[in-house]
Design a protein around this ligand. Structure first.
Ligand SMILES: C[S@@+](CC[C@H](N)C(=O)[O-])C[C@H]1O[C@@H](n2cnc3c(N)ncnc32)[C@H](O)[C@@H]1O
Ligand code: SF4
Length: 358
């Protein structure tokens, strides 16, 4: 049952997951709009609106999506949201764009609540080239108004020649609901059910704590009991259904999928003075000072650093250089210049994950 990626599986991993664990899937967020309001919804407030992102990159034009896919050397995309069907025309346009630009083998899967998955809407997605669809109905909300519609709509997906599956979080105490959904999908002839280890986000921690859920440890966003609930479903499902199952853990997302994606991106964005670490981050030296032009002249003329080793990053108010150069300069230069070694993600937002003063 254990996979090499800190997750658990019964049967073959869905094609979308096979590419995702290798960091080969572009995450295409086509809208934050969603007809639901799950108590565990991980979306941050700024992702709740009608916004579009390709990985961390805000999308203003279709070219942004293509550029991001090229930087990542993506071999496919996972279309997500919100509910991508809440902005169907846009979602269809992007799927077509990716298929036209990168070919039919560029694998595209999509997540949806199912609330808007009418035959007509699904036909548009199928015609655009969608390869795999994953349904996440409102299973854990007893007063849901959408649940029945979603369940009816899921049946529509079996009219098309693509892979159909479910994807739900494993909620401790909700095993029966999960079991019911597995049986439902199995009877329809679905291919797989993916189960995600439940995680809290800044948005949901308070609610989850109030509901009696708690994190597994101080270092993890995973919720206690979720993994066990998921494993129980896989054991039951293996005996009682012919679905494939993948229990995707918080650790897989952090330690495997993200790291692999970062590594793919790093080799395409690293400047010559940056080192790519085992984690896929970019490591280099920086010098900070109020007047960057004065600092630059000083480094080139007085400290005799070859100009090709220096890069003035005005946006971040610093001069970047190889780590070894920063280390040497930190020892030799006196005054108000501050030297650091920094590590950044090679992502569009260049998130700084480590900073060591020299
Ligand atoms: C992040 S959502 C994106 C698509 C869409 N918003 C949805 O919820 O189906 C993709 C999958 O993540 C899972 N998910 C949602 N909230 C989660 C949470 N707090 N922890 C772990 N998995 C979660 C669900 O199984 C969902 O199918
Ligand atoms: S379906 Fe997804 S985006 Fe919508 S509320 Fe639930 S978790 Fe959030």
């Amino acid at each position: 049952m254990k996979t090499p990626y800190f997750s658990f599986a019964v049967g073959e991993l869905p094609k979308g997951c096979q590419l995702c664990v290798r960091g080969e899937k572009l995450v295409l967020f086509t809208t934050g709009a969603c007809p639901r309001n799950c108590f565990y919804c991980p979306l941050s407030p700024w992702r709740r609106g009608d916004v579009v992102y390709a990985n961390e990159r805000p999308v203003k034009s279709t070219e942004d999506v293509i550029e991001e896919a090229i930087t990542q050397e993506a071999k496919g995309a996972g279309v997500t949201g919100g509910d991508p069907l809440a902005r169907l025309d846009r979602t269809v346009e992007y799927i077509k764009l990716l298929k036209e630009r990168f070919g039919r083998d560029f694998h595209v899967h999509l997540y949806t609540t199912g609330a808007l998955a009418t035959k007509k809407n699904l036909e548009k997605l199928y015609d655009a080239g969608l390869d795999e669809i994953r349904f996440h109905p409102d299973l854990f909300n007893p007063s849901s108004k959408l649940f029945r519609v979603e369940i009816e709509n899921i049946k529509n997906a079996f009219d098309f020649d693509w892979d159909v599956g479910g994807e739900i979080p494993a909620i401790p105490g909700q095993f029966e609901r999960m079991e019911w959904y597995a049986e439902f999908l199995d009877k329809l002839g679905a291919k797989f059910l993916n189960v995600n280890e439940l995680e809290y986000s800044e948005m949901t921690l308070k609610t989850l704590l109030e509901m009696g859920y708690e994190p597994v440890s101080d270092e993890s966003a995973a919720i206690k009991g979720s993994l066990e609930t998921g494993l129980k479903l896989l054991e039951w499902g293996e005996k009682n259904t012919s679905l494939s199952y993948h229990l995707c853990t918080a650790k897989l997302k952090d330690a495997v999928q993200l790291r692999n994606r970062l590594k793919r991106m790093a080799k395409n964005v690293a400047k010559p003075y940056m080192e790519i670490t085992e984690e896929g981050t970019l490591r280099f030296g920086v010098a900070e000072y109020d007047d960057l032009d004065e600092l630059y002249s000083f480094l080139v003329e007085e400290a005799e650093v070859p100009p090709e080793w220096l890069y003035i990053n005005r946006e971040k108010g610093r001069i970047e250089m190889p780590e070894e150069v920063a280390v040497e300069l930190a020892e030799a230069v006196e005054g108000d210049v501050k030297f650091f070694v920094v590590e950044e993600y090679p992502t569009w937002d260049r998130l700084e994950v480590e900073r060591t003063p020299l």
